[in-house]
Write a protein that binds this ligand. Structure first.
Ligand code: XIL
Length: 300
């Protein structure tokens, strides 16, 4: 096959990218994105601050621009993200306790309701666990509403759109040996045993020298899948752009039937949240395919 999307489709998987609404007028960007990818994540436009800038007042203009571009070009959409400590609007940052819990539920109902029947999978909860060796939840205003906030978010999302897959998404849960990975694994196992609706785990997979790709990635993917959830690689980028590391990530996903797709976090290096000098993506700043691109295509 000659594109990432077509090659991934041959394996029953998708290959996606993050898209920024502000770049939809850049024809080099949209040409590459349209040709190579068949799953789209809004890089920022479906986050809490973007979709509910004032309490109870929803704004889907930029989220809808990305959604419509994707669907008009025959692509599916991952929703990102409904409950997160980061990129909360100012009004939500001020909330605690019962009031915040109600605001979270209202937010999920508003956003998932707007996109009901249209989203392949939602990152319902993003980055809820601490880094380091504790395996604890991250301290946040959402966590302080009570330990059950994550399952409440999932139950709310399921009721609002029974057809969307519901994912827990995080970084530094790709290394099987890390306490954070084990903590998320235990949460997913608990959710499955108690019937809390969860369908997938998103491994962000931002790899760099502090959080490098580890060959036990495949074990991590297999272990989550064995709990009865899909695994999706949701925000892949590799600082330095190692072609062989990109190939390893693809091979690890392909080794597990329930690893259903891979999304890279941007199109060209100049689009990366890490800056172009990180050289973390598959296309250079001129839109040329990098060695990492060829490695990924050959691995698929
Ligand atoms: C990043 C975006 O790429 C940036 O444009 C924005 O300024 C900050 O957020 N984990 C996530 C993503 O789940 O939403 C983040 O995206 C990158 C880390």
């Amino acid at each position: 096959e000659s594109t990432l999307a077509a090659a991934a489709e041959q394996t029953g998987r998708y290959f996606g990218t993050a898209i920024a609404a502000g770049k939809l007028g850049d024809s080099q960007y949209t040409t590459i994105a349209n040709r190579e990818f068949n799953m789209i994540t809004a890089e920022n436009e479906m986050k809490i601050d973007a979709t509910e800038p004032n309490r109870g007042q929803f704004n889907f203009s930029n989220g809808d621009r990305i959604y419509n571009w994707a669907v008009q070009n025959g692509k599916r959409v991952r929703g990102h993200t409904l409950a997160w400590h980061n990129q909360q609007p100012y009004w939500m940052q001020q909330l605690e306790g019962y009031d915040l819990r109600q605001a979270m539920i209202n937010h999920i109902n508003g956003v998932v309701g707007h996109y009901k029947g249209k989203i392949y999978a939602w990152d319902v909860v993003n980055e809820a666990f601490d880094d380091g060796n504790s395996g604890a939840r991250r301290n946040s205003n959402l966590q302080r509403t009570g330990n059950d906030w994550i399952e409440v978010a999932f139950r709310t999302a399921r009721a609002a759109d029974p057809d969307a897959k519901l994912c827990y998404n995080d970084y530094n849960i790709d290394n099987w040996n890390w306490a954070k990975t084990q903590a998320v694994y235990n949460m997913v196992r608990d959710f499955k045993s108690r019937g809390v609706p969860i369908d997938c785990v998103g491994l962000q997979s931002h790899f760099n020298s502090n959080s490098p790709y580890n060959p036990n990635y495949r074990t991590t993917i297999q272990s989550f899948a064995a709990l009865g959830v899909d695994v999706q690689i949701t925000e892949l980028d590799i600082q330095g752009g190692s072609a062989s590391t990109y190939a390893s990530v693809v091979n690890d996903c392909l080794a597990v039937p329930r690893c259903t797709g891979i999304t890279v976090w941007g199109v060209r290096d100049t689009d990366s949240w890490l800056g172009s000098q990180a050289s973390a993506l598959l296309f250079d700043g001129n839109g040329n395919k990098k060695a990492a691109y060829t490695a990924v295509l050959n691995a698929l």
